[in-house]
Design a protein around this ligand. Structure first.
Ligand code: HEC
Ligand SMILES: [Cu+2]
Length: 426
């Protein structure tokens, strides 16, 4: 006790640090890769456990022999010089063969897993084409005729087979909760598949681009909703359809027509009534992951740059029909597609057909609501560095063009209208 106070203190401090860091492992890590939510994640975790087990056994044995040797053969005052040994064939063969055997035990399950995860996806898988763009994700479901962006829906219990491609530079597709991280490589298709556990009823997870791809690489996120098969089918059936003004009709339902009179078409010239006329009374909007069930870690926390969003009064005046007209004669249509709006067939930006059914926008960076949409249309580049969507608000400073938007920019009132239109695309 009195002979080595310092080393003991040090050992005590080390133990305390170890204890604290182990205690930290008990916390909540919602983006963990250790959740076993798919067979892929379980297989990889099994390998990790194996390695950890073998590594720990080797570590304990080697350290035990080392510590024993240090103490047993330490120099003592007056002790004779120990026996000198040069080479010991038995010993050398032993310490070569034992690690070789351990490596075989590691290699067999590793290679088996590599082959399993590289094989073709099992039959009956749902196919998803993942296309990386700087800096957002496009998801296509060829079997369902659905094209969407940044929010991936998958049915629980059914293998999802991803075909990974990129429109520009290298990206990497990664959903930590479900395992599997694979690169998107130019001029080539990579494949990845996993099966979300069939015990899942509804979970929301984060996805992230995991290969540095430029200014907004860190802002290239996405959401993953794994839901019951029936909910997925409902979502897909709706997403496949054209854009409908899915919100409740703006105008009150027409009063029952008096006998012998044509139904009243009160104010047929006003935008609002025209909107109501094109609205099926109760447009089925399909399944959407319930907003009130979203866990905190999938809700974007990015601060909205000051001075961009429109105030509530201006937003409230937005008219969806005028917004549709403004949208359809603006540059938007060159980059965005809205199925059901034949003017809008662009493929440079995300498909906006059912934009309002998504919880996030700009690749998981912001919540998808009127405030954020208005700020985004005004100055996307101030909200997401390097964004390929230009700054469009009148008098706004475009940080990439290094100039103010003058001609052709949208006024606040016009933006409010466009936002009303986009918010109606359920
Ligand atoms: C030069 C092409 C281009 C033009 C013009 C353009 N956009 Fe975009 N837009 C993009 C790109 C690219 C993105 C994706 C940006 C990102 O997330 O990094 C985008 C994203 C969006 C988003 C977010 C979608 C989502 O799911 O995250 C909305 C909404 C949007 N644009 C609306 C508009 C509107 C409205 C107009 C016209 C007033 C317009 N855009 C004009 C290219 C364009
Ligand atoms: Cu990327």
């Amino acid at each position: 006790m009195t002979r080595f106070p310092r080393p003991r203190l040090r050992a005590g401090a080390l133990l305390a640090i170890l204890a604290v860091s182990l205690a930290a492992c008990g916390g909540q890590y919602p983006n963990s890769t250790f959740l076993h939510w798919s067979e892929f994640a379980s297989d990889i975790d099994f390998l990790w456990d194996r390695l950890l087990l073998w590594g720990t056994i080797v570590f304990v044995l080697v350290e035990a022999v080392l510590i024993y040797t240090i103490f047993r053969f330490r120099a003592r005052p007056g002790a004779a010089e120990p026996k000198q040994t040069h080479g010991n064939t038995t010993l050398e063969i032993t310490w070569t063969v034992i690690p070789a055997i351990i490596l075989v035990f590691i290699a067999i399950p590793t290679i088996r897993t590599v082959f399993k995860t590289q094989a073709k996806a099992p039959a009956g898988a749902i196919e998803v084409e993942v296309i990386g763009h700087q800096w957002w994700w496009e998801f296509r479901y060829p079997q369902y005729g659905v094209v969407t962006a940044n929010e991936l829906y998958l049915p629980a219990g059914r293998t999802a087979s991803f075909a990974l491609k990129t429109k520009d530079v290298l990206h990497s597709f990664w959903i930590p909760n479900f395992g599997g991280k694979r690169d998107l490589i130019s001029n080539r298709t990579n494949y990845l598949w996993f099966t979300p556990n069939d015990t899942i009823t509804a979970v929301a997870s984060n996805g992230q681009c995991a290969e540095y791809c430029g200014d907004s690489h860190a802002n290239m996120k996405f959401r993953v909703y794994v839901v019951k098969a029936a909910d997925f089918e409902s979502w897909a059936a709706h997403q496949k359809g054209e854009a409908v003004f899915g919100v409740a009709p703006v105008a009150a339902p027409a009063p029952a027509a008096a006998p012998g009179k044509a139904p009243a078409r009160k104010g047929a010239a006003s935008g609002e009534v025209a909107l109501a006329d094109t609205t099926p009374a109760a447009a089925p909007t399909g399944y959407v992951f319930p907003a009130d069930k979203l866990p905190a870690h999938v809700i974007p926390q990015t601060p909205l740059p000051a001075g961009l969003a429109l105030d509530d009064a201006t937003l409230a005046k937005g008219n969806a029909d005028s917004g549709k007209a403004i949208y359809s004669r603006s540059t938007c249509i060159g980059c965005h597609a809205i199925s059901g709006n034949p003017m809008s067939m662009g493929i440079i930006g995300p498909n906006l057909t059912h934009l309002a059914s998504r919880h996030t926008m700009a690749a998981g960076l912001y919540p998808n609501d009127a405030k954020h949409l208005s700020a985004w249309i005004k100055n996307a580049r101030a909200m997401k560095p390097g964004s390929l969507m230009p700054t469009l608000g009148m008098e706004m400073w475009d940080p990439m063009m290094k100039m103010k938007v003058t001609t052709g920019g949208l006024t606040d009132a016009q933006i409010a209208d466009v936002v009303a239109y986009l918010r109606a695309l359920k």
